[in-house]
Design a protein around this ligand. Structure first.
Ligand SMILES: NC(=O)c1ccc[n+]([C@@H]2O[C@H](COP(=O)([O-])OP(=O)(O)OC[C@H]3O[C@@H](n4cnc5c(N)ncnc54)[C@H](O)[C@@H]3O)[C@@H](O)[C@H]2O)c1
Length: 370
């Protein structure tokens, strides 16, 4: 399946996806490799082990690519790692005629996109996402980012890759926890923007389909989610309005993620934090946007027990409230959230008071069954 993501503001992006696309990679990538002076392959320690050999076996000419490796994990989305990559590119003579291929999950595509979009004011790059979250969300839409300390995505650019190649075969080596992380973004996209997709994922054994890692149904879920994201990004590339609906679950989700890094407890992955954020923000949606209780319950049943409950203490609530001060959507000292009215119908930028936000966290705490 082939999409063209055309925002009218940047290059049109070719997106290829499908279970049988691996055979096409050589030919497809060939046209981007032609005329390139140097090719760089960015991977993290896991995708270097599991995905680099596979991509080289599919496209033998990539053997000549210079592999740049960063440690796996969110900590690599830092200015220090970006600096190391700029230096590596400079040392190896990268120019605007070079190509950077980002082969990994959302960390690699966010970081690699940021480095490529800023090095020499922008060199061409391609995303080959290898996690489910990367395939359905992070690699699509031209948002690049690094974190500032523990604060998520504070520095970044809007910059489109030349193209995106989505091959579900890479999921074979992805563990169950990371697969569920990606499912959270599927649930979010369906809930905010596509009532038929929501209906579909709530009426099939979603977890089973995902855990099998390879099926026609999984392929349909991936391409369906990609299509929804593309249609939103095409209408609002720079997130001046509509694209904000994709932030549902992310305001409190990012705060949960920051908290888990701060607490030195088990780090919550992005998708798991978003799943918990969706619980709080669907409660806010009930308070402020008339989101029906039975659909809130349906969402909660989808999230628990597949996502682990992350306990929050009283002092954690204060920490989360402090973290929200850095939220990019905050305006005039007021936090704004994307809230859902009904499946497929979300509203970005709804002002919520500290009392309402705290109430949503209190609701979350009532769900602790441990
Ligand atoms: N730019 C955007 O629009 C956007 C949207 C959503 C999320 N994000 C960002 O994406 C990041 C999360 O992405 P993620 O969940 O992919 O995290 P990730 O990149 O850290 O990948 C998760 C883990 O899976 C491993 N992995 C990836 N592919 C693998 C494979 N095929 N086999 C074995 N292991 C593999 C990685 O090494 C890592 O350990 C966050 O930083 C988030 O902020 C960005």
């Amino acid at each position: 399946m082939q999409f063209t993501l055309n925002t009218g503001q940047a290059n049109a992006v070719e997106i290829v996806t499908g279970p049988n696309v691996s055979g096409d990679l050589k030919e497809w990538l060939g046209k981007y490799l032609t005329g390139c002076e140097e090719v760089f392959l960015l991977a993290d320690s896991n995708t270097r082990e599991y995905c680099v050999p596979r991509v080289i076996s599919l496209v033998p000419s990539l053997q000549k690519a210079e592999v740049l490796e960063v440690p796996a994990g969110e900590k690599s989305k830092s200015i220090e790692t970006a600096g190391q990559l700029w230096n590596a590119l400079a040392d190896k003579g990268a120019s605007r005629q070079s190509l950077l291929i980002c082969l990994g999950g959302g960390v690699v595509t966010d970081l690699g996109g940021f480095v490529a979009s800023t090095f020499k004011r922008g060199i061409p790059f391609i995303h080959i996402p290898t996690s489910l979250l990367g395939m359905v969300d992070a690699a699509i839409g031209g948002k690049t980012a690094i974190n500032l300390g523990n604060i998520k995505n504070q520095v970044g650019t809007f910059h489109q890759p030349e193209a995106i190649f989505i091959y579900p075969g890479f999921l074979e080596t992805l563990n169950a926890y990371e697969l569920m992380s990606g499912v959270a973004e599927v649930i979010k996209t369906a809930l905010v923007a596509d009532a038929p997709l929501w209906k579909k994922i709530t009426s099939i054994p979603l977890k089973e389909i995902i855990q099998k890692k390879s099926s026609r149904e999984l392929e349909d879920i991936i391409s369906g989610t990609v299509a929804v994201k593309c249609s939103i990004v095409e209408k609002d590339f720079r997130e001046t309005g509509l694209r904000g609906i994709l932030n549902f679950g992310h305001t409190l989700g990012h705060a949960f993620e920051t908290l888990s890094h701060q607490n030195n407890s088990k780090h919550l992955s992005h998708g798991h934090a978003v799943a918990l954020g969706m619980i709080c923000e669907s409660h806010l949606s009930g308070l402020k946007a008339g989101f029906e209780q039975n659909i809130q319950n349906e969402l909660e049943r989808m999230i628990f027990p597949d996502y682990e409950y992350y306990p929050i203490k009283n002092e954690d609530v204060d920490f989360i409230m402090d973290t929200l001060v850095h939220d990019k959507k905050r305006k005039d000292s007021v936090n704004r959230f994307t809230l859902v009215k009904s499946p497929g119908n979300a509203i970005p930028g709804v002002e919520c008071t500290p009392a309402e936000i705290k109430e949503s966290m209190e609701h979350y705490r009532t769900l602790n069954k441990q």
